[in-house]
Design a protein around this ligand. Structure first.
Ligand code: UTP
Length: 503
C-alpha cells in the first residue's frame, strides 16, 4: 500500500491527463511502457503527465523511460521513513557512547618518523606489485558551485590553468612511472555528467594516460521529490533526478562488475578520494603501508578541525565502532568538548580519503549489505503546475543519498591517519568563502610555497601567511617535497611567479 493523495498546488487544481486517455492514444511502439504508466498513476504521481498533449513523441519517450526506471514503492518508503529525515543537531550523538578515535599522528618525534618510514616501505612495495587502484568519485551535481559541468573540468592550477582532472591524472602518471606499474583509475560519474566527463578526457587525450587504464562507471539516480512526496519536474517532459550519493559507489562497483574485474587484475586495495580535493596525495605510500600493516578493511585520513563549528564530518567511535558523524549530527556538547589541554576532543575531520580492501568490499556486497539513505532538504528549481520555472527561496524538495562512510558500521578493522590540512586537503565546494575557487588556488600556492621554502628558496608571504605571488609545480616535475628538494636549483630566486613543469 503506497497510495498518496497528491498535494494541492498554488496554481489551482491538478490538471493531469487521465490514465485511460494516455493508454488509448499511446503509440504502438511505446506500448511496452503501459505497465510503467499504470504504476505512476497507482503511486499518485499522475501529475507528471500534465503536459502529455503538449510534448513531442521524443519527449514522451524520454518521460516514459524515466518512469519505467522508477521503483515507486521504494521511493514512497524512503519518503515516509521519517527516521531518515532528521535534520536537527543533537539527533545522533546525544545519549550515545561517543569517544574520540585512535589516530596515527603526523610524525614529529623519532619513533613516529621511523614508523612512517616503515609504513612507506610497505606501501611502496604494494604499489610496485600493482595492487592499488584509484577510485575517484565524480558523480555529484556540484549544486553549490552551480557551474553546470563536472567539477573535475574546472581550471584551478594558478598559472597553467590545468583542470582538477588533469592534476589528478598527472599525479597518477608520475606515481606509476616511479613504481613502474600501471595504476588503474576508476571514475564514478552520474547520468548527468558522464558524457561531459568522458568527452573531456577524450579531447584532452586522457592527459597522457593510457585510455585502457581509465574506467568510467555510472552511478544510480533517484528522483527528487517535493515536501509532500510528489515527483518534481524541471520541464514538461523531464522529472528531476539526482545521483544517489557517494555511497552509491558500493552498489555501482558490484553491479557494473568492477569489483570482480579489479580482483581478477590483482587489485587488493582501492585508493578512494573525492574529485574536488585538489591537494589529494594520490596513492600515498605511507597511508597504504599503515593500512596494510594493520590489516585494515577501511582506512581514513583525517585533518584537524579548523574550529568547533566547522561544517565537516568528524571521526569517532560510537559504541566502540568507527563512525563519521556529520556536523549536523554532532551534539552541541560534543562539538565543544575539550581535552585536558584545551584542544578539541572531537578534532579528527574526515577528508573522504580512504583505502578500501577489495576482499572486504566483496564480502559486503555478497552479504547484500545496503547502505541506508539520508534525506536532505534542498532548494530545487522546478516547473509549477502553470508551467512556470520557480526558483524557491525556501527548501522545497528532498534528495535521497547514501553516504560512503556508512560502510564503517560493517568494519571490524579500520585505522585513522592524521595528515596536515595544508598538505593534503582543499576541496572545492562553494562559489565563495570557504572551499571556493579562491581558497583552492590559495592552498595550491601555499603548498608549493612551503615545498620551496623547505628546499631553501625564500618565498614571501602576507600577514595571513599566504604566498605573495603564484607558484605551480607540475606533478611530473615534483610530486612531493622530497622530489622537489632533489632537483631544484638552490640558487633560484622567486620573483612573483614560478611555474615548474617537466619538459
Ligand atoms: P558533495 O557531497 O560535496 O556533493 O560530494 P557535490 O555534488 O560535489 O556538491 P553539492 O553538494 O551538490 O554542492 C563529495 C564528492 O562525492 C561525489 C562528488 O562528485 C564529490 O567528489 N559524489 C557526490 C558522487 O560521486 N555522487 C553523488 O551522488 C554525490
Amino acid at each position: 500500500m503506497y497510495k498518496r493523495s497528491p498535494a494541492p498546488e498554488k496554481n489551482g487544481s491538478i490538471n493531469t491527463v487521465g490514465l485511460e486517455f494516455i493508454m488509448k492514444t499511446l503509440d504502438a511502439d511505446l506500448s511496452d511502457y503501459r505497465k510503467a504508466i499504470g504504476n505512476a498513476f497507482e503511486a499518485s504521481q499522475s501529475h507528471v503527465f500534465r503536459w502529455w498533449n503538449e510534448i513531442s513523441k521524443q519527449e514522451k519517450k524520454h518521460l516514459l523511460h524515466q518512469i519505467a526506471t522508477m521503483d515507486f514503492p521504494f521511493i514512497h518508503n524512503l519518503f515516509m521513513n521519517k527516521s531518515l529525515c532528521k535534520t536537527q543537531p543533537d539527533t545522533r550523538t546525544a545519549g550515545l557512547q561517543l569517544t574520540p578515535p585512535n589516530v596515527i599522528p603526523v610524525p614529529v618525534n623519532d619513533q613516529e618518523k621511523i614508523s612512517a618510514l616503515e609504513a612507506r616501505r610497505i606501501g611502496e612495495e604494494s604499489l610496485r606489485k600493482g595492487e592499488i587502484a584509484v577510485l575517484t568519485v565524480a558523480g555529484g551535481d556540484g549544486t553549490r558551485l552551480g557551474i553546470g559541468k563536472p567539477k573535475g573540468m574546472l581550471s584551478v592550477a594558478p598559472l597553467s590553468g590545468k583542470s582538477i582532472f588533469q592534476l589528478h591524472a598527472e599525479k597518477i602518471y608520475t606515481m606509476q612511472k616511479k613504481f613502474r606499474v600501471t595504476i588503474p583509475w576508476y571514475l564514478m560519474t552520474s547520468e548527468t555528467n558522464d558524457f561531459a566527463t568522458r568527452e573531456f578526457f577524450r579531447v584532452m587525450h586522457f592527459f597522457g594516460l593510457d585510455p585502457k587504464q581509465v574506467h568510467f562507471f555510472v552511478q544510480r539516480m533517484l528522483p527528487v521529490i517535493d515536501l509532500h512526496g510528489n515527483l518534481l519536474m524541471n520541464s514538461k517532459a523531464n522529472i528531476i533526478m539526482s545521483p544517489n550519493g557517494h555511497g552509491g559507489t558500493i552498489t555501482a562497483l558490484k553491479e557494473k562488475g568492477i569489483l570482480s574485474n579489479m580482483k581478477e587484475n590483482g587489485i587488493k586495495n582501492i585508493f578512494y578520494h573525492q574529485v574536488d580535493n585538489v591537494l589529494v596525495r594520490m596513492v600515498d605510500p605511507v597511508f597504504i603501508g599503515y593500512h596494510l600493516k594493520n590489516r585494515s578493511e577501511i582506512s581514513l585520513k583525517s585533518v584537524k578541525k579548523h574550529h568547533p563549528e566547522e561544517k565537516v564530518g568528524v571521526i569517532g567511535y560510537i559504541n566502540g565502532k568507527l563512525h563519521i558523524i556529520e556536523y549536523s549530527e554532532l551534539s552541541h556538547a560534543d562539538m565543544y568538548a575539550q581535552n585536558a589541554d584545551g584542544s578539541l576532543k572531537y578534532n579528527a575531520a574526515n577528508t573522504a580519503i580512504h583505502l578500501m580492501n577489495t576482499d572486504f568490499l566483496e564480502h559486503i556486497c555478497q552479504d547484500g549489505t545496503k547502505l541506508p539513505y539520508h534525506a536532505a532538504k534542498k532548494k530545487v528549481t522546478y516547473l509549477n503546475a502553470a508551467g512556470e520555472i520557480i526558483a524557491p527561496k525556501e527548501n522545497n524538495a528532498v534528495k535521497f543519498e547514501c553516504f560512503i562512510f556508512d560502510i564503517l558500521k560493517h568494519v571490524k578493522r579500520g585505522i585513522v591517519m592524521e595528515v596536515l590540512r595544508e598538505d593534503e586537503f582543499s576541496p572545492l565546494k562553494n562559489t565563495e568563502g570557504d572551499n571556493s575557487p579562491v581558497t583552492v588556488v590559495r592552498d595550491i600556492n601555499n603548498l608549493f610555497g612551503k615545498w620551496l621554502r623547505n628546499a631553501g628558496i625564500p618565498i614571501p608571504v602576507d600577514a595571513q601567511g599566504n604566498v605573495i605571488g603564484s607558484i605551480e609545480i607540475g606533478a611530473a616535475y615534483a610530486i612531493d617535497e622530497e622530489m622537489l628538494r632533489n632537483k631544484i636549483d638552490k640558487g633560484l630566486r622567486f620573483s612573483g611567479t614560478l611555474n615548474l613543469q617537466a619538459p
